[in-house]
Design a protein around this ligand. Structure first.
Ligand SMILES: [Zn+2]
Length: 186
């Protein structure tokens, strides 16, 4: 009884510190000068080396997975209903994009990222609000808001004809999002 209780306490302590460690990261040395938008769904290679498409999943599952990942992280995740969850603090590095993580903030949208799955208005509005806050606080320009697909131009090892990163995909009206963030009317 005593042992199992001890084990239980130890386990909860361990899982606590591990979860905390994964929700943090190294302190930034570079100034934030970029925001990168992702979607949770996208292409990948399965265990047999075949190309597959991972669907959006739920925010709860995605948060659990990313916070359990030994390397990768995200600063914010926005669900289809517009609800938002913070993960890694902004002053810490989250590894989310090749070569630019040290100076960027990562926003993940729950979406298949296939260009077909629609982004709801509440989700887009929440993205606009979050971007406006980041733009204001870091003094960012329009060309400093990027999509993952703008930055990672590599191809999939299991399918050399398919781009590795295509998120958040063409279903996100990116120019319109930027117009709303920067107050441009057309
Ligand atoms: Zn991405």
């Amino acid at each position: 009884m005593k042992n199992s209780l001890f084990a239980l306490v130890l386990l909860s302590l361990l899982s606590c510190s591990v979860a905390e460690a994964r929700r943090t990261g190294p302190l930034r040395k570079q100034t934030v000068n970029m925001v990168v938008i992702h979607s949770t769904g996208g292409p990948t290679c399965d265990a047999n080396g075949k190309p597959i498409w991972v669907s959006a999943g739920t925010m709860q599952d995605n948060i659990r997975t990313i916070e359990a990942h030994p390397v990768l992280g995200i600063h914010y995740m926005i669900d289809r209903d517009g609800s938002q969850r913070a993960s890694v603090p902004e002053d810490r590095i989250a590894h989310h994009v090749f070569a630019y993580s040290e100076r960027s903030i990562a926003i993940e949208l729950i979406n298949d990222g296939d260009g077909k799955d629609p982004f709801s208005e509440p989700q887009v509005q929440a993205l606009v609000n979050l971007l406006q806050s980041l733009v204001k606080r870091y003094g960012l320009q329009r060309n400093q808001i990027k999509r993952h697909s703008d930055l990672d131009l590599g191809y999939m090892p299991c399918n050399p004809k398919q781009r590795r990163k295509v998120d958040p995909g063409p279903a996100l009206a990116f120019d319109q999002v930027l117009d709303r963030v920067f107050g441009v009317s057309r």
